[in-house]
Design a protein around this ligand. Structure first.
Ligand code: SAM
Ligand code: SF4
Length: 459
């Protein structure tokens, strides 16, 4: 499979509009409070009947300091005592959810995200993993994809060894940018020494995949400063890069108001940065996986993509398409069978539900037949950049050209623009269309017209 990208400035400018990142379809905006604990229970019953392995996501919301750009669901506190009641309730939730899932279902994928999971002490992390092991069927032979997000400012060699001992084998490090002025502007001071010490320690301990998170579009960034950061990181050759486009939405994320908007790079500068990123990483031998992600050609994500086995979920790209995802902790989102479900976003509501012995379900959505079809199309395109009409027709019992007559008209315009080619058999996204994959997916999103204002810009 050709995994190359082509940077076409003119096309990118023309298609630069807001859109979802499609970690789910429908997106989280369609979740509603009419879907509660009862509906969740019903979907778990169906999911157990279908069987298959599980994926567990744990949300640890705490951070020691705030990064002004941050759009994650987090609670900023220096007081580590706050983690104690949270962990207690999280362990209760694990027990409550664990009892509902069939014990034969192995946990092939597990992820701790945040916030900052390493805000917890080793004893707390150990307790969390042990409680999980008591209530779910964890794999003990290191064959699962067990990953964690770490903040190198909160981590050292010992933490990394402990995480490995707890069973983690994939790791993602938050970095964003090494430039001292950018770091000051976003309130995240992080040295190269601490970052690379963690990366090296992870390699030494046998973590199988190392990822670095960067953000482009932060205040005071220029093509030159970001190129320097990239060069510095490339010298340590992580297996993967997540390079996010800064989503600046100060009306939704209050701390972003501390960012001086005149310091933000102009759209023209952001495009220069994006072009430079694509070139530097592909010159260094990385392949573009899609939507913000690059990986070494022998990394499991790149391999899965070549084999047609890549999948996308709330944690980004994944190799585990067959897993139902159980979300645990405040704000966590899961996907069980044909439903998405989210826990309460506010800690007091989450705590109240657990204290009353209820699952902390806040809202959810059950997919109808049209949602499932569109999800199938979007997932295939965003993961593999191609789509076979026959495969979709067989799987969903439709005639593609009839069902998607309006969408086909839009795809023809995209074909004329050079984003993709249409054949009698299907859609092939061209190298120039890959950076615009979310625009192509947006063609198939039936909810978009009502939601357009709520998403960040594509580029
Ligand atoms: C939960 S954090 C990673 C772990 C840890 N808290 C840290 O910062 O090192 C997830 C990632 O989301 C990305 N992120 C956060 N806010 C963002 C925003 N407004 N726009 C784009 N990416 C963002 C950052 O790259 C960050 O590393
Ligand atoms: S980027 Fe990470 S450390 Fe910074 S506030 Fe967000 S979650 Fe916390």
């Amino acid at each position: 499979m050709d995994q190359s990208i082509k940077f076409d400035l003119d096309l990118i400018k023309r298609y630069d509009k807001s859109g979802p990142r499609y970690t789910s379809y429908p997106t989280a905006l369609e979740l509603h409070e009419g879907f509660g604990e009862l509906q969740y229970h019903q979907h778990i019953v169906k999911s157990n009947a279908a069987g298959g392995p599980l994926s567990l996501y744990f949300h640890i919301p705490f951070c020691d300091t705030v990064c002004f750009y941050c759009a994650c669901n987090k609670i900023v506190t220096k007081n580590r005592v706050h983690a104690v009641p949270y962990l207690e309730n999280l362990c209760k939730e694990i027990a409550m959810q664990g009892v509902l899932f069939d014990k034969h279902r192995t946990v092939n994928q597990l992820h701790w995200g945040g916030g900052t999971p390493t805000f917890l002490s080793y004893e707390q992390m150990k307790q969390l993993m042990e409680t999980t092991r008591q209530h779910f069927n964890l794999l003990d032979d290191d064959s699962g994809e067990y990953s964690i997000e770490v903040d190198p400012r909160e981590t050292n060699d010992l933490t990394i060894a402990q995480l490995r001992e707890l069973g983690f084998n994939r790791i993602s490090l938050g970095l964003q940018d090494f430039d001292p002025e950018v770091q000051k502007a976003v309130n995240r001071l992080q040295s190269q020494e601490q970052t690379f010490a963690v990366l090296e320690a992870a390699r030494k301990e046998g973590f199988r995949s190392t990822n670095i998170d960067l953000i482009y579009g932060l205040p005071l960034q220029t093509e030159q400063t970001f190129a320097r950061t990239l060069d510095e990181v490339l010298a340590y050759a992580p297996d993967r890069f997540s390079i996010f486009n800064y989503a600046h939405m100060p009306s939704r994320f209050k701390t972003q108001r501390q960012i001086n908007e005149v310091d933000l790079p102009t759209p023209a500068v952001k495009l220069e940065i994006l072009q430079m990123v694509g070139k530097k990483l592909t010159d260094a031998g990385y392949v573009f996986i899609g939507m913000d992600h690059f990986a070494k050609p022998d990394d499991e994500l790149a391999v899965a993509q070549r084999q047609g086995k890549l999948y996308r979920n709330f944690q980004g790209y994944s190799t585990h398409s067959d897993c139902d995802l159980v979300g645990l902790g405040v704000t966590a989102i899961g996907r069980v069978g044909d439903a998405y479900v989210q826990n309460f976003k506010e800690l007091d509501q989450y705590d109240a539900a657990i204290s009353q012995g209820r699952l902390p379900v806040f809202r959810g959505v059950e997919l109808d037949a049209d949602d499932k079809l569109r999800r199938g199309v979007i997932t295939q395109l965003i993961c593999h950049f191609d789509l076979s009409f026959h495969k979709i027709e067989r799987e969903f019992n439709i005639v593609f050209a009839d069902y998607f007559a309006t969408e086909m008209e839009n795809l023809h315009i995209m074909q004329d623009d050079g984003l993709l080619s249409l054949t009698a058999n299907g859609i092939k996204v061209k190298p120039a269309g890959r950076l615009l994959i979310r625009n192509i997916c947006m063609v198939f999103d039936k909810y978009l017209a009502q939601q357009q204002q709520q998403f960040s810009k594509v580029i």
